[in-house]
Design a protein around this ligand. Structure first.
Ligand SMILES: NC(=O)c1ccc[n+]([C@@H]2O[C@H](COP(=O)([O-])OP(=O)(O)OC[C@H]3O[C@@H](n4cnc5c(N)ncnc54)[C@H](OP(=O)(O)O)[C@@H]3O)[C@@H](O)[C@H]2O)c1
Length: 250
């Protein structure tokens, strides 16, 4: 009797696995044709910035070089306007040879300052800013005058730019690979929407205690529903560990 029940249980598990794989395939088929890699540096306790928003630099020199290699190997690189305001990144490839990817900023109300590094010194022509329907027309004009490409999009149900539509627009512009460098809100939104396909996370042997969590609420209550990585590779780079793999959404 026990053997019979065990056999039934195994059968149920197998059906469950098949169902999960089918769901995963359906989800993949519905995604825009663009491969999204999320990458960031975090402390041992999962912070990507201090409580005051300072994050430069959590990782060591070797990991920064890897970040530039990753930039060079993607068609576009995307950040939220929160990162532009906090870090003023240039989002260019400097530490290794390679071409600069298209820079993409999601910025509903066009808070990106005209003096931002993604716009300065001729950089604007390689920068696309996705904004919401009610962005101030004068700010729009200032940014287009600088040479930036503005992409008006509707906002999504959770607020912010509709990311699915943005990805479709980027795919239509020939972008096949997108690297998302942060910050926390943008990464969380992409994960919640199950849009990202790969993660490359630098874990530095530092502890901050209070600070900005790399990833916010994903609405997961049961451990069985945790997202996980497959094909995981862990590499030591200086004092940091680089953990990378393909995202699996249960
Ligand atoms: N350690 C690292 O590797 C690393 C990397 C990058 C950043 N950081 C740190 O992260 C912090 C910034 O992160 P953050 O979470 O405050 O900001 P963020 O994720 O860079 O930007 C979030 C902002 O982007 C805009 N946005 C538009 N559409 C969105 C959407 N669909 N989903 C999410 N955001 C959308 C929203 O502002 P609007 O409503 O105005 O559009 C939102 O507040 C800084 O302290 C920075 O230093 C660390």
């Amino acid at each position: 009797m026990i053997r019979f029940l065990q056999a039934q249980l195994w059968r149920l598990c197998a059906v469950g696995d098949e169902y999960a794989q089918e769901q995963q395939q359906l989800w993949r088929d519905a995604l825009p044709d663009i491969r999204i890699t999320i990458t960031y540096a975090q402390t041992l306790d999962g912070r990507m910035a201090t409580r005051t928003g300072s994050s430069q630099w959590i990782s060591g020199a070797e990991s920064l070089r890897l970040a530039h290699e990753l930039r060079a190997s993607h068609d576009a690189i995307m950040v939220g306007v929160g990162t532009v305001l906090a870090d003023d990144p240039r989002l260019t490839v400097r530490l290794v040879p390679g071409r600069n990817p298209l820079r993409v900023v999601v910025d509903t109300t066009l808070r990106t300052p005209r003096s931002a590094a993604v716009l300065r010194d001729g950089a604007a022509s390689g920068t696309l800013i996705a904004h919401g329907p009610y962005a101030d027309p004068e700010r729009q004009r200032h940014l287009t005058d600088l040479g930036a490409t503005l992409l008006p999009l509707p906002t999504g149900v959770a607020g912010g730019i509709d990311l699915q539509l943005l990805l479709e627009q980027l795919a239509a512009r020939g972008i096949a690979s997108l690297m998302v460098e942060g910050g926390s809100r943008l990464i969380t939104a992409l994960l919640r929407a199950r849009l990202a396909s790969r993660m490359v996370v630098c874990v530095a042997p530092k502890i901050l205690g209070e600070g900005l969590s790399a990833i916010g609420d994903l609405g997961i209550s049961r451990l069985a529903d945790a997202y996980h990585l497959s094909g995981v590779r862990v590499t030591a780079l200086g004092a940091d560990q680089i953990i990378e793999g393909d995202l699996v959404y249960p």
